[in-house]
Design a protein around this ligand. Structure first.
Ligand SMILES: [Mg+2]
Length: 123
């Protein structure tokens, strides 16, 4: 599956992409929201893993932008966006869902949980 990992922390980039590639997913890494939007436009990503704290545009703003682009092109298949965040406050989750995210995972998370979410997302 084509997965876009939006994460600015190099260690998290390595850990998450290593794990996902081991599960035979095709992973592309974006280090900022701006980069994520560019990659999103040129690629067909089924799943987007979205860190919330990013330099420049944050994860919420980036998600809104992606949903806006999807809405402008009705033929586009809606991507499944999973928030990856260090913040576990409830209003954070609320904000994520309101911005158009589909799932929410607090870091550090167990990889099997991520695997479970991906496997249960049917296309
Ligand atoms: Mg970050």
């Amino acid at each position: 599956m084509k997965i876009l990992l939006v994460e600015d922390n190099p260690l998290n980039q390595k850990i998450v992409s290593f794990y996902l590639r081991k599960e035979h997913h095709e992973v592309t890494i974006a280090s900022s929201g701006e980069e994520a939007v560019k990659l999103f436009v040129s690629g067909e990503y089924k799943i987007i893993l979205m860190d919330l704290m990013l330099p420049g545009m944050n994860g919420i703003e980036t998600t809104r932008k992606i949903r806006k682009i999807e809405a402008e092109f009705p033929g586009t298949e809606r991507s499944f966006i999973i928030a990856l965040t260090a913040n576990t406050l409830d209003n954070d989750r609320e904000q994520c869902m309101q911005s158009g995210m589909d799932e929410y995972m607090a870091k550090p998370f167990e990889m099997y949980k991520l695997k479970h979410i991906i496997e249960n997302y049917s296309f």
